[in-house]
Design a protein around this ligand. Structure first.
Ligand code: PMP
Length: 364
């Protein structure tokens, strides 16, 4: 397939990757840096892979300004395994963790945590259909909570925090799967941040975990090795064979992000891209309805719907024909979801806005 034939891919994840990253991976596919071997073919214990792992780690450390007292791990099992590993490592049977639920992923995280200890849901917007996030200062934390968990961007509902949650000394754990590196964050506010790679970082099959050293010291003893965050950190993510190819691609994505101006530039571009779509929704005289409340609108996943399910389906079908794929909303909430991660080009957003206006005109 030629480059000209690439379409606008609005998929929620796995999602569009930067074209220069794919091109570089293609160019290096058969022989990485003159080794005569593909990245997929050499040992994870080789010097070659050591340098790849180091590049990915340094890239994330640089782009998110991660201090030296944090480890950066590249694990498997998806962000979903972190739903379990976080409480297995950090929540004793008698202890309590606070969970802030702003959508489907936080709900799943809390469900796994309940298997380990007490879970106190200190905020849930479920009754409102998951459209909002708590206001700054609105939360009441449990006394002696082992940690507080929240989801910085709920991918299905399109609901995003616009601030780093501060829990005044309680360790903050954040699932940042769908907005990591979309903007700068104050990493020192967090005890642990995790993210599946397949939206903003690379391909599926790698989960990045950024964890503060003192948190690792609290890990409950006698964990299964592959579920033991402390053991994984001590072994530089290499207790077993890591996803070498995925880690390589994360390194390339970091390189691309650096060349593009880093997280601050991504924030500017992402805000501009999402504003184009939200403006199209707001100026449609109610033809399109946004899902999230305004101050919680996601910059990464723009969720909206038309008046009927038939119109939602027609919209997606015709958009696909027009070269815009992956717009169907998640089956649990229906409607439309435009995922516009870092690598999603502005022209694709402009194309969708034109399509929305034309669709509304023709399907009055
Ligand atoms: N958390 C969030 C916010 C997500 O968007 C997803 C996946 N879409 C997950 C967790 C689960 O990730 P994985 O499929 O990598 O387990």
């Amino acid at each position: 397939m030629t480059v000209e034939k690439r379409i606008f891919n609005f998929s929620a994840g796995p999602a569009v990757l930067p074209l220069p990253v794919l091109e570089k991976a293609r160019d290096e596919l058969l022989s990485w840096h003159g080794t005569g071997m593909s990245v997929m073919e050499f040992s994870h214990r080789s010097l070659h892979f050591e340098s790849i792992l180091e590049a990915a780690e340094k890239g994330i450390r640089r782009l998110l300004t991660v201090p030296e007292n944090y480890r950066i791990l590249f694990l498997q099992g998806g962000a979903s395994l972190q739903f379990s590993m976080v409480p297995m490592n950090l929540l004793g049977h008698q202890d309590t963790a606070d969970y802030v639920i702003t959508g489907a992923w936080g709900t799943k995280a809390a469900r796994e945590a309940r298997r380990c200890g007490n879970v106190n849901i200190i905020y849930s917007d479920e009754a409102n259909g998951f459209r909002a996030v708590p206001k700054v200062g609105e939360l009441n934390f449990s006394r002696d909570a082992s940690y507080i968990h929240y989801t910085s961007n709920e991918t299905i509902h399109g609901v995003e925090f616009k601030y780093d949650l501060d829990a005044f000394g309680i360790p903050v754990v954040c699932d940042a799967s769908s907005n990591i590196l979309s903007k700068p964050i104050d990493i020192e506010k967090y005890a642990l941040v995790y993210a599946g790679a397949q939206k903003n970082l690379g391909p599926s099959g790698v989960t990045v975990v950024i964890v503060r050293d003192d948190i690792l010291e609290r890990v409950a003893v006698n964990q299964h090795s592959m579920l033991d965050l402390r053991a994984l950190a001590r072994n530089s993510s290499m207790l077993n064979t890591p996803n070498t190819w995925g880690i390589y691609l994360i390194g390339l994505v970091c390189e691309w992000l650096d060349a593009e101006g880093g997280a601050a530039m991504m924030q500017r571009r992402n805000e501009e891209k999402s504003a184009l779509l939200y403006d199209a929704i707001d100026s449609s005289d109610g033809y399109y309805t946004g899902h999230a409340e305004r101050d919680a609108r996601s910059v990464m996943n723009v969720t909206f719907r038309l008046r009927t399910n038939e119109l939602n389906d027609k919209f997606c079908d015709e958009a696909t024909v027009a070269g815009m794929d992956g717009l169907k909303g998640h089956r649990t909430i229906g409607g439309i979801r435009a995922s516009i991660y870092n690598a999603f080009p502005r022209e694709g957003v402009e194309g969708l806005v034109d399509f929305m206006r034309e669709f509304a005109r023709v399907n009055e």
